[in-house]
Ligand binder design. Sequence first.
Ligand code: F6R
Length: 241
Amino acid sequence: MNVLTFDTEEQIGIAAGYYMCGQVLQKPDSVLGLATGSTPIKAYKQMIELYKKGAVDFSQVTSFNLDEYVNLDVKDKNSYHAFMHDNLFDYINIPEENINFLNGNAEDLQLECKNYEKKIKACGGIDIQLLGIGSNGHIAFNEPADSFQRWSHVVELKESTIKDNSRFFNSIEEVPTRAVTMGIGSIMQAKRILIIAIGEHKAKAIKQLIDGNVTPKCPASVLQFHKDVTLMLDKGAASLI
Ligand code: F6R
């Protein structure tokens, strides 16, 4: 595991943005696995900057997002679909038809999950997966549990995650209680993984990820078994390691 610590969130954004773009420069038709949340925003800003400068071209890129809420209109500002367009897709040139999300409004969510996995496979797998981490150690919406869920699936969100995410909604009651998410197996199959963590509230989960027991009680700990993981941390997130 490659653990990098930075002084500021700005620096992490720049480094992570370059890291993602480096993948695309090396392989223009890369398949990117993307995350939402506060953590990747500055990395996306950097990717936009590099695109605007003409340093990188996303026209052959395909993307797969990690997760989406169930029963939330994609036009809702809190949908992950809207988030990705507002923070990245509207400003770079990934062709719309190459952008993939799990559809949380699909009639048959199980089938939707199966098809998503098939599509990732058909595209040759994810070259680089960008991840944030929940304060409870979740990755994507793989919440602490008694066993690892392998492939994309429907999940009931934990109270702590609903509380964490309520900051984006008008009230906690508005936060959807279910989501569709890539599974641990889907994430582990990515060729490379980049995790960003910012803030002291992530420190415990980061410590467990790096040197705790590998357990579904802290889903991120499974990344110890991946061969190419880079962590970009600020001092707060790195404070217990
Ligand atoms: C988002 C996702 C989540 C977040 C995590 C951290 O697509 O998969 O696992 O990465 O909840 O969220 P932030 O970045 O808001 O602290």
